[in-house]
Design a protein around this ligand. Structure first.
Ligand code: FES
Ligand code: FES
Length: 164
């Protein structure tokens, strides 16, 4: 099948990529850009392990075709959350609270939680559970994942109290 070329922005950097039109973003990231932090789980949008941010919104990269990407889109992967060598607050909380076992679902969980905490800095426990509900963890580390996210919520809450 013929390949097309286009420029995409991933983790703040422009990349010229050549790929088939129907190639999922997941494989563009992993195979063409070497960003293997984004994982393949089901390939059909059901597990959330492949979640990345597109223009700040959590999207399943296995369902986004290369042809649907536009140069204006800002794509962020788990690697792109690290700024100046520092883990993001959500990444840090997952480490702090051992919110993983095998770690296979972790990138997707962190990207999904990052989306949630961007929209709502202080979600309730039930809002967290609802937002994370469609990300699957085969190791069932859900309680630690919720605890990790709640720790960021607590931090956000005390920051907003400081500012008031
Ligand atoms: S690999 Fe994309 S949702 Fe499962
Ligand atoms: S930590 Fe193993 S799949 Fe979630």
């Amino acid at each position: 099948m013929a390949k097309t070329n286009k420029s995409i922005i991933v983790n703040g950097e422009h990349h010229e990529v050549s790929a088939e039109s129907s190639e999922p973003l997941l494989w563009v990231l992993r195979d063409r850009l070497g960003l293997t932090g984004t994982k393949y789980g089901c390939g059909e949008g059901a597990c959330g392990t492949c979640t990345v941010l597109i223009d700040g919104k959590a999207e399943r990269s296995c369902l986004v075709a290369f042809e649907d990407l536009e140069a204006r889109h800002a794509i962020v992967t788990i690697e792109g959350l690290v700024q100046d060598g520092e883990l993001s607050p959500v990444q840090h909380a997952f480490v702090e609270h051992n919110a993983f076992a095998c770690g296979y679902c972790t990138s997707g969980m962190i990207m999904q939680a990052t989306d949630l905490l961007t929209i709502n800095k202080t979600p309730s426990r039930s809002e967290i559970i609802e937002a994370m509900n469609d990300n699957l963890c085969r190791c069932a580390t859900y309680p630690s994942i919720i605890t990790a996210i709640e720790s960021v919520v607590k931090e956000n809450g005390s920051k907003s109290e400081d500012q008031s």
